[in-house]
Every structure is written in structure tokens, then in C-alpha cells.
Write a protein that binds this ligand. Structure first.
Ligand SMILES: [Zn+2]
Length: 63
């Protein structure tokens, strides 16, 4: 593939360009995927916290 920044020919699996250090387009896609899974992880944490709060409320009311 060619570097989007300096047009140097770099390996397909290269994460950054060896010549100018610019990240390849594939890295951008991976980063977007990471961001998506990160927000999903935050949603799961939110659900767990909500479930814990509901459990705590039920525990408090049932006593
Ligand atoms: Zn480059």
C-alpha cells in the first residue's frame, strides 16, 4: 500500500509509515473499531452499575 501522507510504498501490515511515521488507513479503521467497542464496554459498565443500584434499592426496601 502507499502511505497516505508521503506516498511511500509500505508493507500491507505496516501500522505506521517507515518514512514519515504517519499511520496507515488500516490503523484508522482499527481505531474506529476500538472506539466502538470502548463505548459498548462503557454501556455494559453503566448497565452493571444500574443493576447494582436496583439491587441495593431492593435490598434496602426488603429489610
Ligand atoms: Zn509516509
Amino acid at each position: 500500500v502507499k502511505c497516505p501522507s508521503c506516498n511511500a510504498e509500505i508493507a500491507d501490515k505496516a501500522i505506521v509509515c517507515y518514512r514519515c511515521g504517519a499511520p496507515t488507513t488500516a490503523t484508522g479503521a482499527v481505531r474506529r473499531k476500538d472506539a466502538a467497542s470502548g463505548s459498548r464496554g462503557r454501556l455494559i459498565v453503566l448497565l452493571v452499575v444500574l443493576a447494582g443500584l436496583v439491587g441495593l434499592l431492593l435490598f434496602t426496601y426488603l429489610r
